[in-house]
Design a protein around this ligand. Sequence first.
Ligand SMILES: Cc1cc2nc3c(=O)[nH]c(=O)nc-3n(C[C@H](O)[C@H](O)[C@H](O)COP(=O)(O)OP(=O)(O)OC[C@H]3O[C@@H](n4cnc5c(N)ncnc54)[C@H](O)[C@@H]3O)c2cc1C
Length: 385
Amino acid sequence: MPSTSAAPFDIAIAGAGIFGLSIARRAIQQGLRTVVLEAGHFGAGASGGLLGALMPHMPARWNPKKEFQFQALLSLEDHVRQLEADTGLSCGYTRCGRILPLTTQDKLDHHLERAEESKTRWRPEETGFSYVVEPAGSRSDWLDSAAAPYGIVYETLAARASPRLYLSALAAFVRREATLLEGVKVVGYDETLGRIALDGQSDLTARHLVLSGGFAAFDLIEQFVGERIGRGEKGQALLLDGAGLEDKPAIYCEGLYVVPHGNGTVAVGSTADRDFTDAAPSPARTAELIARAQSFCPSLEGREVLTEWAGIRPRCNRRDPVVGKLPGSDKVYAATGGYKISFGIAHLIADCLICDVTGEKPQHPLPQTFQPGHHFGDNLLRSDQ
Ligand SMILES: Cc1cc2nc3c(=O)[nH]c(=O)nc-3n(C[C@H](O)[C@H](O)[C@H](O)COP(=O)(O)OP(=O)(O)OC[C@H]3O[C@@H](n4cnc5c(N)ncnc54)[C@H](O)[C@@H]3O)c2cc1C
């Protein structure tokens, strides 16, 4: 542990998931003296999972949030390649594309409209990414054509990364350039003195504190602001042996993702359980995930299950992540609630948050619905939304 008499850190980050470690990398790049405080080990939360789907929002009813995510997915590849070059570690990233099976005439009509809108929103001539409807029977070597009687959408913007490899590369960078302390839980902060209270250990001092503890960050946020703005939602995934399927696109079908990875595995997930008593993977859920995936992907039949995993995702009551300074505070920031899209947007979230700290202009402005003002006070909606 650093001694409490040491010079204060410029910034302390509570939580070493994809948000916390991405923020730490950006802080270090901006020359801030940075410490990451992690209650367990890095990747102990939802970020230590298996799926790694980096999926765009649909190109319909465009808004600042969709544009932010679009920009994030456009810039993520360069970001990841730079991290890989800095650390010599692979993040398992590939622009794999995605298939969406069309099961009804309504869906076909709907996606034909989206394909049309993608020509304006995704700017294919400039970006090279397309969203097209293909006829029934397309890509039937991977997606059972019976599962897509009205054809498919094939889009080329979607990518995948290995969550564990991506996180390990970030953690290696932070360890090398700054301080990453594991087994250190943040329990409070005296803003006047800049003193961070740690569970069972001596305090340390930092000029700014970022709460990026995933779903547990909502407890600390409530402690600081007096409002609970989010919750945890359980999800489950598994890895199958996927030898020979490495180059296949991801599939998204009826809420389920199938994501082939470059190491010869296929990740399948996730479910959403708001009410859960146990954070461990449930064997019944695993069986259900496998059966559903095999029903539209016959090449998954007979594949060995390599790993089962469950995690608790942070979800804000108002859906979008909360990123920025807490109401009434000058020094405490929140960065959580990425729910299903954290991996694709974390690097831009980190840029926005650190720019907020340093007073610089972010690469892309944070959507209004990501800002604390959207999540607290009069805007607080019922938690059952
Ligand atoms: C089954 C499943 C599949 C998913 N698939 C995808 C996907 O394909 N693509 C995608 O983008 N997202 C996916 N997600 C969502 C994604 O995993 C989460 O949104 C993301 O990991 C949240 O990251 P985080 O950094 O906010 O929180 P976490 O990863 O939960 O990290 C929080 C960290 O903070 C630590 N911590 C908590 N409290 C404290 C404290 N007081 N002091 C210090 N440390 C603390 C925890 O130990 C933890 O390590 C999936 C989630 C699940 C469950």
